[in-house]
Design a protein around this ligand. Structure first.
Ligand code: ADP
Length: 294
């Protein structure tokens, strides 16, 4: 099985018809969707054929049942800790509904960063063949300690670990160097091109992937509409083109790539085949609204 640990959030997508200004826009269209990088990746792993996907996260007590139901519908076994005080992490996306409209994101991590070491147990790894951690966990001390504990237990059991290094995870107080030290035990990283550049100071994705893969066995860098490349032990070992699709909403493309890649690896695929599966899921993700399988 595959265990993912990280963010489960509520996405509030508000499409406004007028420029934002004090007052009321009664023509706005607002949708509330289940999201979060770790939760989305879990759903895409299930969608990509992984039969045993589990997700550990922390949410506000009031919304837990709604998130659990959405995860179950997607084929994911939810392991959600109910926070008695903090609300579920929430992202408000303000989308200008007029042509060429901008997007503004307001984020409040809420219970996500309160996933505590006491919420973790090595027994969560029973029957697990791979552990995937969301980079958001590294943003705050409490969830970072939990991630460290999970990585240490996985290592002890010989369970491979991957991390999706969300830029928020290292752009904060931690910084790049301490982030890289914190994930030194990971066997696989999933940065997008921007994150790979920020982590290495190298703007060419090939060079960044190669450099990161010296420390981490495998590094899969996603390149949006240009596909993905994978480096291993200092060398680029696979390049995969993206599928040709008409993008509708790119939210969750990177999460989908990770989910597809991991599902394929757990099923015994080669690195190149896994990158293909990642691009397949990524292409599907950009053609559906929201960050989860349609
Ligand atoms: P992130 O969402 O983390 O920034 P990317 O934008 O690199 O990640 O997208 C992840 C994967 O999704 C890419 O490797 C690619 O396979 C797929 N993808 C993203 N954008 C497109 C697109 N416009 N057309 C086809 N596939 C895409």
């Amino acid at each position: 099985g595959l265990l993912l640990v990280g963010d489960v959030v509520t996405d509030v997508v508000a499409r406004h018809a007028k420029p934002l200004a004090p007052g009321t826009d009664t023509a706005a269209r607002i949708r509330v969707l289940p999201g979060g990088a770790a939760a989305n990746a879990a759903c895409w792993a299930a969608r990509s054929g992984c039969a045993d996907v589990r997700l550990l996260g922390r949410v506000g007590a009031g919304e837990a049942a709604w998130h659990e139901a959405a995860l179950r519908r997607a084929g994911v076994r939810p392991l959600l800790v109910r926070d008695p005080e903090a609300p579920t992490g929430t992202v408000v996306a303000l989308v200008d509904g007029r042509a060429g409209g901008e997007r503004t994101f307001l984020t409040d991590s809420g219970a996500v960063l309160r996933l505590a070491p006491a919420d973790w147990s090595a027994r969560l790894l029973d029957g697990v063949g791979h552990l995937h951690l969301s980079g958001y966990l590294f943003f705050a001390a409490t969830s970072r300690d939990t991630a460290a504990l999970a990585m240490a237990d996985a290592r002890e059991r010989g369970v491979p670990v991957s991390v999706d290094p969300a830029s928020t995870g290292f752009a904060g107080e931690l910084g790049v160097d301490r982030f890289l030290a914190a994930v030194a035990g990971a066997n696989l990283l999933f940065p997008n091109a921007d994150e790979a550049a920020l982590l290495t100071g190298l703007s060419a994705p090939e060079a960044a992937a190669a450099a990161l893969s010296r420390r981490h066995r495998l590094v899969a860098v996603t390149l949006g509409a240009a596909g993905a490349l994978v480096a291993e032990a200092g060398e680029v070992v696979a390049r995969v083109a993206a599928r040709r699709v008409r993008p509708l909403d790119t939210t969750g493309a990177g999460d989908a790539f990770a989910g597809g890649f991991l599902a394929a690896r757990l099923a015994g695929a080669t690195v190149a085949e896994a990158a293909e599966a990642g691009c397949h899921a990524g292409a599907e993700a950009v053609t559906v609204a929201g960050g989860r399988p349609g």
